[in-house]
Design a protein around this ligand. Structure first.
Ligand SMILES: [Zn+2]
Length: 304
């Protein structure tokens, strides 16, 4: 971990506010989050410290307005520290540890962590398809919390399956799915992967038909202990899963079905920004708190 926790932005509320201001409005001029106007004025008076008034729509705003921080009472310097810790921790950071490090209640820490994960999620149509001519995209699935067949009791296994698509040398996209079937997997794969790619999967039947829609389709037969033949391997997606699994086992212990999509966003973002330092990664997350997808796309393409 590489967070300089002596940085004043993590202790001094005025400096933290300025840091967020500079990130949101790099030209030094606040933009009204309600209507987009730059015709604003600083509001006077003690109760309105930190507020601007928009002269066009007559609405008030702060640096938090229109971000995931908006409805929170947690001081901004704690938001910044929490974001930096989440950016810097390869296996994630539990709400329990966040509670101790920030000096907030567990409930507050838990909400804070999930809101930061929301900011880590990409936009709905982010970044275009993975792969392309000459590109290799690996797909695989992972069971969170063990496979159903290994369960001691007969109650149905929770439906916690993560499907990840990874472009070799590029980005990962992970999805929580309830079932593994050819129809749903095909939907995920064709909407995320350029058909000119070489698709790489294991030998499971669910990949047979969708594989034919791609330029080429390679598969490794795990049941014959066959893990790699030349370019036909799935080491990239398996490496990603091994980091994710260390997060499940070492940090979070349990990821509920309802929140699994937020954890996948968290691990995806750290993987996709793996060539950045922790401060740059934290700034990507802060930039996305407002939904600045352009910023992420720009920085994200540098990371590949
Ligand atoms: Zn306005």
């Amino acid at each position: 971990m590489n967070v300089n926790i002596t940085d004043p932005i993590f202790h001094d509320e005025a400096k933290a506010t300025q840091h967020i201001f500079n990130m949101r409005w790099p030209d030094g001029e606040p933009i009204c989050p309600h209507c987009g106007s730059t015709n604003t004025m600083v509001m006077g008076g003690k109760t309105q410290a930190g507020y601007w008034l928009c002269r066009d729509c007559r609405d008030k705003f702060t640096v938090r307005t229109g971000t995931v921080m908006e409805r929170s009472h947690v001081p901004l310097h704690k938001w910044l520290l929490a974001t930096h810790l989440m950016a810097a921790s390869k296996k994630g950071m539990s709400a329990k540890q966040m509670e101790r490090m920030l000096g907030v209640t567990y409930k507050t820490a838990w909400f804070l962590c999930h809101r930061i994960r929301e900011a880590m999620a990409p936009g709905p149509n982010e970044g275009g398809p993975l792969g392309g001519p000459g590109g290799i995209v690996e797909v695989d699935e992972m069971f969170v919390g063990g496979k159903g067949k290994n369960r001691a009791f007969r109650d149905p296994a929770p439906k916690k399956i993560v499907v990840s698509l990874v472009e070799r040398g590029g980005h990962v996209r992970s999805y929580h799915v309830a079932n593994i079937n050819a129809k749903d997997l095909r939907g995920l794969i064709v909407t995320n992967v350029d058909r000119a790619s070489h698709l790489m999967s294991d030998e499971a039947h669910v990949y047979t038909y969708v594989g034919r829609e791609f330029h080429t389709h390679g598969s490794v037969v795990h049941s014959r202990n066959e893990y790699a033949r030349g370019v036909d391997h799935s080491n990239t997606v398996e490496n990603f899963f091994s980091i994710f699994k260390r997060g499940v086992i070492g940090t979070y212990h349990h990821m509920s079905e309802a929140h699994l999509h937020r954890y996948t966003a968290e691990f995806d973002l750290r993987y996709n920004t793996r060539n950045m330092n922790d401060g740059e990664r934290a700034d990507v997350i802060l930039g996305q708190m407002e939904g600045k997808r352009l910023t992420y796309r720009r920085v994200g393409s540098l990371a590949a």
